[in-house]
Design a protein. Sequence first.
Length: 389
Amino acid sequence: MHMENSKLCRDREVCGGCKYQGVPYEEQLAEKTAEVKALLEGKKIKYGELLPIAPAPSRFEYRNKMEYTFGDMVKDGPVTLGMHKRGHFMSIVTVDECQLVHPDFNKILRATLDFVNGRGYTHYHKKRHEGLMRNLIVRRGVRTGEILVNVCTSSEEGFDEEAYVEAITGLQLEHKVVGVLRTINDRLADAVYCDELKVLYGRDYYNEEIMGLKFQVSAFSFFQTNVAAVENLYSYAIGLIDDFEGKKAFDLFCGTGTITQVLAKRASEVIGVEIVEEAVEMARTTAEKNGLNNCRFIAGDCFKVLESIDDKPEVIVVDPPRVGISNDALDCIIGYGVDQIVYISCNPKSLANNLYYMQYYGYKVDSVKPFDNFPGTKHCEVVALLSRN
């Protein structure tokens, strides 16, 4: 990593991305641990032990994806490209010195903004719903060094696609740009939506490797944001299960099926359930590529899927989104009566709520371990092991 002993970020006062700029790392870790502890105790969760927080493998340059927005800092001022200003919906800060990404991201951002300003292109105006430039998404294969650049515009005329490809492919980067894409988005919402995807150069995916599995990550598919850190977390989580040799396992809210496939190497059969159709497609393709034929993936809402299948698991891993698990789905999960449940959480608050419910219905919390997968930001991941009382 280039910047472990990084200087303070230039944009720390205005950018809404980081919370802990300039706070010593030990303090950041202590604060996140204290937050997890307070949430558990606030819900009166009885737990065996709160294990020390796992620090991130790298504090800087760890994000493999950034979604930047075109806008301005002051009304009708020069076009900017970057992150929302802290506490401001309309203002955008140009963050071409961001320390959470590889320097190549900053070069691509700067080159894109110079290209846009050099040609006098307008940014899309959120209130007037007019203008050309909307977003820039940069994604990187950490293990493969492949970069995907996706510029999002409205369908207004005038964007010079060939010149943009030249500007990006001509950059001196450490990694290799394998695709330059253009997404057309005319939706009113302030979110990236794909009405049309054009491949201007190369291909529309990058390759990545995680936990020894090979993935093809397409332009819009969900993928873990910090590869090295999530490998630590997954290895730890799977290591908590006493023994799943030859057993049937469920991986609920399985995303692109990384854990499902790692379990499949030793379990007799694994079922992965995930609501995002595209993630399930990727999981199926990957499992096939990796030669795993004892895992199957079901797309759909967790509760509805569990209601509709007759399979009975002996091991359950859950990794729900920020809102946590609905009580309906929890009832199904508890109803299987498995000896151990591993709960991976990206939101300690919803974790505490779910543990409270599970504790009431016969599961005890053996251990809780926080993981700092997003240094500098407020986010904290947690792995909890539950066993049947």
